[in-house]
Design a protein around this ligand. Structure first.
Ligand code: NAD
Length: 301
């Protein structure tokens, strides 16, 4: 059993913290939303009245927050100079940030933690809210080997694939690369399927052919974007559930900012980002990202 402080009990953090409780850890949590704290107490966790209170006695601190500014504010302090959590933690504590944020903030928090003798890993996840509930998330971890090895048994209680991507910040970079590729694959798959349909082919027949041919990819094989082609996909459920367009746009924003910082050429990522951005701006931000297929159907691309 480990004493864990968990900050951020949202759609992802709530079920992740519950899985830590189920695995026998002592978890004290804090969230700005009181209802989230009540729900956590109902599953056997303990609620704190502030992040500072949650980390008293904690050996490990885990955060699951919306964006980089929340993570920097929590650990390093806010722009008014009020103190962050790192200054309060004992040497040798372990900090695991599972939020999806810019790699620069992860590196900054990692450096500051290192200076204070605190271990830090960035550990963004893949698998969505269903994976968070089922405890089957993939964690993509950045940090020193020693910090990774300490984090691994804790992460195992919330996920089933734990990858070490490299030093601090590398988890964020790997996640951005993956999601940028996913956006390109989903847009490309939608494009090819729509062109086939407009040339008289049946979308299911064309999908079966391409899945056994060189165009095979995850979007086609597991997550077909055409309604009715595959059972159990968001496309066959009015594009409800799954991975929202708004979240894809957030991840593409992080990916393009990272590409700019490293002066990397990402023409396809740029184009996919334009498509998903317009799609979100036209009121589809809450739909699953495979709904990009509708843009091709409506000839809005
Ligand atoms: P969410 O908005 O549901 O939850 C964030 C929680 O953080 C909220 O409950 C909010 O009250 C709390 N919070 C914000 N600032 C805080 C502070 N200073 N102290 C304490 N609590 C604070 O978001 P989510 O869907 O749980 O996502 C969390 C992170 O995981 C994001 O970075 C997101 O990009 C990433 N992610 C989400 C999904 C998904 O499918 N939802 C999938 C993969 C990764």
């Amino acid at each position: 059993m480990t004493n864990i402080a968990f900050i951020g009990l949202g759609n992802m953090g709530g079920p992740m913290a519950a899985n830590l409780v189920n695995a026998g850890h002592h978890v004290v949590a804090f969230d700005l939303v009181e209802a989230a704290l009540h729900a956590f107490v109902r599953v056997g966790g303990e609620a704190a009245s502030s992040a500072a209170q949650a980390v008293i006695d904690a050996e490990v601190v885990i955060s699951m927050l919306p964006a980089g500014k929340h993570v920097a504010g929590l650990y390093l302090g806010d722009e008014h100079g009020s103190g962050g959590l790192l200054a309060q933690l004992p040497k040798d504590s372990l900090v695991i940030d599972s939020s999806t944020i810019d790699a620069e903030t992860s590196r900054d928090v990692g450096l500051c933690a290192n200076d204070l003798g605190i271990k830090f890993v960035d550990a963004p996840v893949s698998g969505g809210t269903a994976g968070a509930k089922a405890g089957t998330l993939s964690f993509i971890v950045g940090g020193e080997v020693e910090a990774f090895e300490r984090a691994e048994p804790i992460l195992n209680a919330m996920g089933k694939n734990i990858f070490h991507a490299g030093p601090a910040g590398a988890g964020q970079v790997a996640k951005m690369c993956n999601n940028m590729l996913l956006s390109v694959l989903m847009a490309g798959t939608s494009e090819a399927l729509r062109m086939g349909v407009e040339n008289g082919l049946d979308a299911k027949v064309l999908s079966d052919i391409m899945v056994k041919s060189s165009g095979r990819n995850w979007a086609l094989e597991i997550y077909n974007p055409v309604p009715g082609v595959m059972e159990g996909t968001p496309a066959s459920n009015g594009y409800q559930g799954g991975f929202m367009v708004d979240l894809m746009n957030k991840d593409l924003g992080l990916a393009l900012a990272a590409a700019k910082a490293s002066d990397s050429a990402v023409p396809l990522g740029q184009k996919a980002s334009e498509l998903f951005k317009s799609h979100g701006e036209e009121g589809h931000g809450g739909l699953d990202f495979s709904s990009i297929y509708q843009r091709y159907s409506n000839k809005k691309v």
